[in-house]
Design a protein around this ligand. Structure first.
Ligand code: ZN
Length: 273
């Protein structure tokens, strides 16, 4: 009986339109810096423009838009029965906070040769880590804030130091004294712990699967080591003032591979049942 019904249903799908809009199940905001999770049937092929996305055995997939993304995307899902679902996505444009800071010390403005070499090594390490795409599907459960504390810096904001534009800020900064607890925003696995990167100081990277990582900067210590599995809400590190900072705080950044998205938008994601 069950099989008979299933067959009838497939035939019905095949007899109607082969390509359908709006069937696609997504959670997240289609805007610059937004994180999107999707759910489809197992063994579907999902592409975002030309890029093939990883699909978990339960049909979960994920992608994100960068800070200044102006592109239009075609999300295409080819289901196991051959039917196709499509959706056009155009991330909404955002306005970011711009601020000007004068009187920055020259040593920070122009790091010396040794510092540059160290920073280059750090960057290469982070690039390598962001290429990793594990089978974890911890991103699909959503995220919680790593601290219950005042937010002192937001994603996308940009500073001009002594009139010179710096790289935009890609994290969310939380207030905190040295040693204050940092919780894992979701389940995951520790990919990297480096206590002394040049700019970001104590740097911890947690893998949530399919190229989604949480990055914690300026830490004074980590309570976990590379390879450890972590649970959502578990205290994993301590706030610090390591690296190039003006004072202790937590900087939480999130990546989908090399795409940096807004952790505050990730907090709004709801798991798709
Ligand atoms: Zn920051």
């Amino acid at each position: 009986m069950f099989n008979y019904k299933k067959t009838c249903f497939s035939l019905l799908i095949a007899a109607t339109a082969m390509t359908t809009q709006a069937e696609i199940q997504l959670s997240g905001e289609v805007k610059q810096g937004g994180l999107i999770i999707g759910k489809t049937k197992a063994n579907s092929l999902v592409t975002l423009n030309e890029q093939v996305l990883s699909v978990s055995k339960n049909g979960d997939y994920v992608f994100a838009f960068s800070r200044d993304d102006q592109k239009e995307y075609l999300l295409k899902v080819v289901l196991p029965d051959g039917s196709i679902e499509e959706k056009t996505l155009k991330p909404a444009v955002r306005e970011y906070k711009i601020s000007r800071v004068e009187g920055i010390k020259k040593s920070i403005m122009n790091p010396n040769k040794k510092a540059n070499l160290r920073a280059q090594k750090d960057r290469e390490m982070m690039v390598a880590v962001r290429k990793i795409s594990s089978d974890l599907v911890d991103f699909s459960q959503g995220f919680i804030a790593p601290r219950k504390a005042r937010i002192t810096g937001v994603y996308g904001s940009q500073r001009f130091y002594n009139g010179i534009p710096k790289n935009p800020h890609f994290g969310v900064d939380y207030a905190g004294a040295i040693g204050a607890p940092v919780k894992s925003p979701a389940n995951g696995q520790v990919l990297l712990w480096v206590p002394d990167m040049f700019y970001s100081g104590g740097t911890l990277v947690i893998d949530h699967g399919h190229g989604i990582t949480s990055n914690f900067l300026h830490l004074s210590d980590s309570l976990v080591k590379e390879g450890d599995k972590v649970k959502q809400g578990q205290v994993i590190a301590k706030v610090g003032n390591s690296g190039r900072v003006t004072g202790p705080h937590l900087d939480w950044r999130m990546n989908w591979h090399s795409v940096r998205f807004d952790p505050q938008l990730a907090l709004k994601i709801k798991a798709i049942k």
